[in-house]
Design a binder for this molecule. Structure first.
Ligand code: TA6
Length: 304
């Protein structure tokens, strides 16, 4: 073999070894398979096939930016407390289990690797099955794509694969790690109306320059702007959340009473988290047979 071809082959082999190190599937907590994404910058993310659930996002310098409860359980049938639960096909309470079933289904890793722009990605899919059809009688394909580079992109796509229309609501229920929620703010929502779940769902106009946390906070901002900032996130960072295709944004902190009542959440952990969730709640998505819907959120982090 001539030298040039040999060198090319060696490079390819090295590249392949490098590639495979960027996305690996390994055994996670509770023996559940998890996908580990590593970006050459040092950023990393972990994604369970169970629920297509992101449980970790570390910045290039190693700071964990997502909150995961120390009491989170990794047991089939139960939601994982923290990270980014996928809410589909029902946000909140309703005829289906709270927040739908996607978070307690086993998803399949369909594709992974590095994309042309250098991001490391994994695409997980969930199709209707006997269990989902018992709860919700619709054939569907749901896809979650997690793409890691300087930022973390999470995409959700849903296709109606059946012969009848259906409607659904959805959210990327993101738990962010914060140093102290009492010092954390969510900015960018002034002038937006929200449904206040703490006040029986009445609609309130937000006139504050930022959302501050002084007690239980559970708001669905209707027609929220495409970008909000979370200041006071882990390590004093600011996280920028950009959304596309999701009309609403949920802001949640359960405060102390709820925390004490939950087995999968520590009594004081509410101080270390805040949820900001790109969501489609007020106007359900309606899909005719063969139609698809897609939406995404992109998270980026800065040091202040
Ligand atoms: O997104 C906020 C919220 O809908 C709250 O009302 C709160 O109860 C919650 O999500 C957590 O829900 P879960 O079913 O995970 O306990």
């Amino acid at each position: 073999m001539d030298e040039t071809r040999k060198r090319a082959r060696d490079w390819q082999a090295k590249d392949e070894a490098h590639e495979s190190a960027r996305v690996i599937v390994t055994e996670g907590r509770g023996g559940m398979p998890k996908v580990v994404l590593r970006h050459p910058s040092g950023a990393a993310a972990e994604l369970y096939l169970y629920g297509a659930h992101l449980t970790s996002w570390r910045s290039a310098d190693g700071e964990e930016l997502l909150f995961l409860s120390e009491q989170a359980v990794f047991v089939p049938g139960k939601g994982i407390r923290g990270g980014v639960p996928i809410v589909f096909p029902q946000f909140g309470a309703g005829p289906l289990p709270q927040h739908g079933f996607a978070r307690s289904q086993e998803w399949t890793l369909e594709e992974s690797g590095s994309s042309a722009d250098g991001a490391v990605f994994a695409r997980l899919v969930l199709r209707d099955n006997e269990e989902t059809r018992t709860l919700w009688p619709h054939p569907f394909l749901a896809e979650v794509t997690v793409s890691l580079a300087d930022s973390l992109h999470v995409g959700l796509a849903v296709t109606n694969t059946g012969d009848d229309p259906f409607s659904f609501t959805a959210a990327l229920h993101s738990y962010f790690a914060v140093a102290d929620v009492r010092e954390t703010t969510v900015e960018g929502l002034r002038g937006i109306r929200y449904r206040d779940k703490v006040q029986d769902g009445i609609e309130v106009l937000d006139t504050e320059d930022a959302v501050r946390f002084r007690g239980e906070t559970d708001r669905v901002y209707l027609g929220a702007p495409s970008m909000v900032r979370i200041r006071g996130a882990a390590g004093g960072r600011t996280i920028e959340l950009r959304k596309e295709g999701f009309a609403d944004l949920v802001v949640w902190n359960p405060w102390s009473e709820w925390s004490r009542s939950k087995e999968d959440f520590g009594d004081e952990e509410y101080l270390r988290m805040v949820c900001a969730e790109a969501a489609q709640v007020a106007d359900p998505v309606h899909l005719e047979p063969g139609q698809s819907w897609q939406a995404a959120q992109t998270l980026s982090v800065s040091s202040r």
